[in-house]
Design a protein around this ligand. Structure first.
Ligand code: DCP
Ligand code: MG
Length: 549
């Protein structure tokens, strides 16, 4: 148990100080929990003012203990999870780290809060093989000699090189989204949804500055750890980027449970048509407006009829892009083909299928080149139960950057997957920035293949074979960890990571690397923790980088 209430975890500055000093830090593994469970557990853990006596037998004057949500598993005393198997837990928590913690089921939190006591963790051990460790590491045990230290000092892993202290700690009041831990589902998810409608509408109407200010407000609300009530509005008004206009909408939501503007937009025919049009790959907001305003189109059926007559000319690449791009016989996804695959591509991908796709891709890659490494990034890595696409970062320890080796590997893999029937189309083959309106903020120089993938007929799991979006990102080993950080997201987290690096560190961060501006010195992080360390940031677990709606 940590002996000081530290600012890194999600505590409120307005909380009254607890007379005694104990803090129990909790980390929630969101996998295998429903959005409702996550929301409930967050709000239970959020009841900081609930004083939990150290044991059931303690009298009213016994030391009290404060619960705090913690942004990273390393810093937590207790890890709450619904995962019951070692293999599955290891996808989220390093096994050696798990052995140093109490790993309990969500029932432990529910019962502890209900009984106002830190209940014995051993009774709630999530994994049988960790029961003994859970008993020993439970902060309820009297022989707990662990002074705890700060969240920061525990960052140093036993087998990793000593990391220096981050210069800035994570907290929901920070200006940069990359310093605000954001869960997948926050206590004010209803408000986030209403703001999301206004943001989307601004984006569809080409009002990018306004869209960005809603995006920023959403990311601040996502990080706010308390349920919003009228008495909290004064505190919320001091959060970064919350001006008068946003505050009045927040207070409208707090008072009436909805925002009138969001309701009006959601009911408007124009918003619904534009939203639907932009679900087609290759149709961005500007094209959607043109189709609506100039051609008078309203429905997908209208689009189908229109594109049966006017298929736009195929994408053209500049000479430089042409020289760099991965070449493949796989067909480019035309808008007409995108329309035909629309229902498939709009269907969400469950985690099990993401795993299956990853296994297939890596199985094929292994046959081409043994010893490749890969990480599934994007929403999956942030703990989303369902993804819109699958993003995989790939490297091999022997690849040299600056040569054609990375591109060659990408090309060989895409072509093999196409020949074997796994890839049906490609949308874009890298490098440099594509002429692709949908992904304009990915200004890195990594090799990418944005493709359509389909499982083989014998893969079993889905009822029918569904075309899925698959993004493959190829990096030399020195860019592997920045690629993982840059493609984990969320979008707002990435945007502020780049801004933080530029404004506060005079560095340039993107998925292909970190460069010091002054002398162009390049940094080659050997882990994601090192990426954060180089940028002077406190580590934030991927599952707490959900700064978008
Ligand atoms: N990304 C970014 N800027 C963008 C698009 C993406 O920084 N304009 C980064 C952050 C994203 C990651 O790349 O999290 C992957 O992009 P996706 O579009 O695949 O988004 P997600 O994986 O987050 O969600 P999903 O695929 O479920 O929609
Ligand atoms: Mg994705």
């Amino acid at each position: 148990m940590s002996s000081n209430s530290s600012s890194e975890c999600l505590s409120s500055p307005s909380d009254t100080p607890i007379p005694t000093s104990d803090v129990v830090k909790l980390y929630l593994v969101q996998a295998k929990l429903t959005a409702q469970d996550i929301s409930e557990l967050f709000s239970l853990a959020e009841k900081h003012n609930l004083r939990v006596s150290k044991s059931l037998n303690a009298g009213p004057n016994h030391d009290s203990t404060k619960l705090q949500l913690c942004p990273s598993s390393e810093d937590a005393d207790i890890i709450i999870t619904n995962v019951r198997m070692r293999k599955r837990l290891e996808r989220h928590i390093d096994w050696n780290l798990a052995k140093e913690k109490a790993i309990v089921t969500p029932e432990w939190l529910r019962d502890s809060v209900q009984q106002r006591a830190i209940l014995p963790c051993g009774d709630y051990a999530a994994l049988r093989e960790l029961k003994q460790n859970t008993v020993q590491n439970c902060p309820d045990s009297d022989d707990d000699t662990d002074g705890g230290g700060s969240c920061v000092s525990s960052l140093a892993q036993p087998d990793s090189e000593k990391l220096s202290e981050p210069t800035t700690k994570a907290h929901y009041t920070n200006r940069y989204a990359c310093l605000r831990p954001c869960p997948l589902v926050c206590p004010n998810q209803g408000l986030v949804k209403q703001f999301g409608i206004i943001r989307r509408s601004r984006e569809l109407e080409g009002k990018d500055t306004s869209a960005l200010s809603y995006e920023r407000t959403i990311s601040v609300i996502k990080a706010y750890p308390h349920t919003l009530t009228a008495s909290r509005l004064a505190e919320v008004s001091k959060l970064p980027g919350i001006g008068e206009k946003m505050l009045s909408k927040i207070s409208e939501y707090v008072n009436y449970g909805k925002i009138r503007e969001s309701q009006t937009i959601a009911a408007s025919a124009r918003f619904n048509s534009l939203s639907e049009f932009t679900t087609i790959y290759g149709i961005g907001a500007a094209t959607a407006r043109k189709l609506f305003d100039t051609f008078g189109l309203r429905t997908i059926a209208d689009l189908e009829e229109h594109y049966a007559r006017h298929e736009p000319p195929p994408q053209r690449f500049s000479d430089e892009e042409q020289a760099r791009r991965i070449t493949t016989p796989a067909p480019l996804l035309s808008i007409r083909a995108g329309l035909a695959l629309r229902e498939d591509l709009n269907e969400k991908i469950p985690r099990a299928e993401v795993d299956l796709m990853h296994d297939i891709v890596m199985g094929e890659l292994e046959k081409l080149r043994q010893g490749c490494m890969s990480t599934i990034v994007g929403g999956y890595r942030r703990g989303k139960a369902e993804s819109n696409d699958v993003d995989i970062v790939i490297t091999h320890p022997t690849l040299t950057s600056g040569s054609d080796q990375v591109k060659g590997l990408g090309e060989a893999l895409v072509n093999r997957l196409y020949e074997r029937g796994f890839i049906t189309h490609v949308m874009h083959l890298s490098g440099f920035h594509p002429p692709d309106a949908l992904r304009t903020s990915h200004w890195d120089t990594l090799e990418k293949a944005l493709t359509v993938f389909i499982l083989p007929p014998d893969a079993g799991s889905p009822r029918r074979r569904i075309h899925r979006r698959l993004d493959l990102i190829f990096a030399a080993p020195e860019a592997y960890w920045t690629a993982i950080t840059g493609w984990t997201g969320s979008k707002m987290f990435e945007r502020d990571l780049r801004l933080w690096a530029k404004v506060e560190c005079s560095m340039k961060f993107d998925s292909s690397g970190i460069t010091r501006r002054r002398d162009s010195k390049r940094y080659f992080p050997r882990s994601e923790q090192e990426v954060f360390e180089i940028l002077g940031l406190e580590w934030i677990d991927p599952t707490l980088r959900n700064a978008d709606s």
